[in-house]
Every structure is written in structure tokens, then in C-alpha cells.
Design a protein around this ligand. Structure first.
Ligand code: SF4
Length: 273
């Protein structure tokens, strides 16, 4: 299944009012060109992406509510089905989502759009198909290791439904080439498990919001979020999407605080006014 590429965006600071207006308009629109897989609950019932547990008024709760009120559903994570989301979580390592999504499209066009076909394909063919995404040999091996686990556990047909959240995470971390961020991406966006996905964006954003130089580790930030918010799958699913969308569009390396919807919550942003 084809995943359209994300729109190209000019990196860097917003320099003109016209650019700021366009950015604001664009960032507030859901990107309907992307397909989005939302895992059903354990009874096979579809889940509502706009229904989540009340986040409360703590630090991350206020961030979530302010972002949701401003931008709404971030339409994250792109992918037509669970396997596509999982392979995207590997392909996006050390590269951009734009590059990863083009590579998923290449895999689909080559006919390798599920774990079975990918594992059955010649290694060299997969390597050449994903070559443009970088680290293609390592990523081919990771995809194959994940595909073998996927098939052995019947992951497409509910085979992991009875595995506890902690055990499922441990199994994923045991697969060669899968670290905490990739495992948590797969847990949330493929299997509907309640984990907060930490990434470099989230760590930098927390530093800016708090006005602190302290750079939390992956585990520290994940524990902070889990301690504050309800362990609700859809809340954590959408929270990660909102973080990535804000940091991808506005809170970039050079932040565009003048169009930021959470300026009043941000120590760094307020200090620049
Ligand atoms: S106010 Fe500026 S630094 Fe703070 S979150 Fe928004 S864009 Fe980032």
C-alpha cells in the first residue's frame, strides 16, 4: 500500500509573516494524504483516536490539552497496517520520515508489504530496495529479524494479544537492532499498548518547556510521563504525535516561538519575548 511522501518543508526559522501564516495553517491541518493504522482493542473493536483518558493538569497534561485544543488530532503514525508501521519504525532510524516513507513505498511496490514476503525475499534484493534510506544492510537484517519474530508470534492475527505489556516490550527489545524507541513505537502504533515514545524531539522540548539545561535520559523522561499521565493507550499515542508535530513544524532546532501554540507554557519561549 502506497504511503504518499510528506510535504517537503524548509528547515530553519520562520523569517516572514507570510511564512508564519502558511506554517500555522499547514500545521493545524491533519495530513489526510497519509494513511493511519490504529490498532483495534483486544476484542477487535476499532478505537476512537479522539477519545482518551483525561490527562489532568500536570506538566504533560497541560501540554497535551493545549496542543490538542490548538491543533487537534496529529494523525500519527503513518502506515496502512501494523507491519507497515513496524517496518517504518526500523527504516526511520537515523534518517528522516520522508526518506523512510519513500522506502516503505519502494518495498510495497516490490511486493514486500508483509512480514512473510519480506522474509522470503532474497537479502540482496531487499538491501537494494531500501538502499536509499541509509544503513541498508543493517536495516535489512533488522527487518528480517523482526519479520521472523512477527511470523513466529502471529502478530498480524492477534497472536500477541495475551502477552503482557512488559513481556511484549521485553520480547521486542530482545530482537537484534531494536532499541527502546523502536520497541515503543511498535508497542504503541502496532499493538495499541500504553507506552510513551521518547525521542530526541521530546527530550529537547522538555528542556525548552522547563527552561532547564537538564537533559533527561530516555528512561527518565518516559518514567516522568508515565508517572504523571494515565497509562491510556490513545492518550500516549496522541501525545507522541503532538510532540513530533510541534517539533517538526515549529519547535525546530531554531524555534519559531512567535507561532507556537504553547508559548505561554514554555519558559524558553517566554524568555525570548
Ligand atoms: S515557545 Fe518556542 S521553544 Fe517553546 S515550545 Fe514553542 S517553539 Fe519551542
Amino acid at each position: 500500500m502506497a504511503i504518499p511522501a510528506l510535504p517537503n518543508r524548509k528547515a530553519g526559522r520562520v523569517e516572514t509573516l507570510r511564512e508564519a501564516a502558511r506554517l500555522k495553517r499547514e500545521s493545524m491541518q491533519p495530513d489526510l494524504r497519509r494513511e493511519r493504522w490504529i490498532p483495534p482493542d483486544k476484542y477487535g473493536r476499532p478505537q476512537d483516536p479522539t477519545s482518551w483518558a483525561t490527562p489532568g493538569d500536570g506538566f504533560w497534561g497541560r501540554f497535551f490539552i493545549n496542543m490538542w485544543d490548538a491543533w487537534g488530532d496529529p494523525y500519527w503514525w503513518p502506515g496502512a497496517n501494523a507491519w507497515e508501521c513496524a517496518s517504518g519504525a526500523i527504516l526511520v532510524q537515523n534518517t528522516t520520515w520522508n526518506s523512510a516513507s519513500k522506502t516503505i513505498l519502494s518495498l510495497c511496490e516490490a511486493g514486500y508489504n508483509d512480514a512473510e514476503s519480506l522474509l522470503a525475499a532474497p537479502v540482496e534484493t531487499v538491501e537494494q530496495t531500501i538502499r536509499s534510506v541509509g544503513y541498508y544492510r543493517a536495516k535489512t537484517r533488522k527487518l528480517r529479524e523482526l519479520a521472523a519474530w512477527w511470523i513466529a508470534n502471529s502478530a498480524d492475527t492477534g497472536g500477541v494479544d495475551d502477552i503482557s505489556d512488559d513481556d511484549l516490550r521485553a520480547q521486542l527489545l530482545n530482537i537484534w537492532g531494536i532499541g527502546p524507541e523502536t520497541a515503543d513505537d511498535i508497542l504503541v502504533y502496532c499493538f495499541g499498548r500504553p507506552w510513551f515514545v521518547v525521542d530526541a524531539y521530546a527530550i529537547r522540548l522538555r528542556q525548552r518547556l522547563t527552561g532547564s539545561d537538564l537533559k533527561l535520559s530516555y528512561d527518565q523522561l518516559q518514567q516522568e510521563v508515565h508517572a504523571e499521565l494515565p497509562r491510556d493507550y490513545m492518550l500516549l499515542h496522541q501525545l507522541h504525535g503532538l510532540v513530533d508535530k510541534l517539533c517538526g513544524y515549529v519547535c525546530q532546532k531554531k524555534p519559531s516561538c512567535e507561532v507556537c501554540p504553547i508559548l505561554e507554557l514554555c519558559e524558553y519561549g517566554k524568555g525570548r519575548q
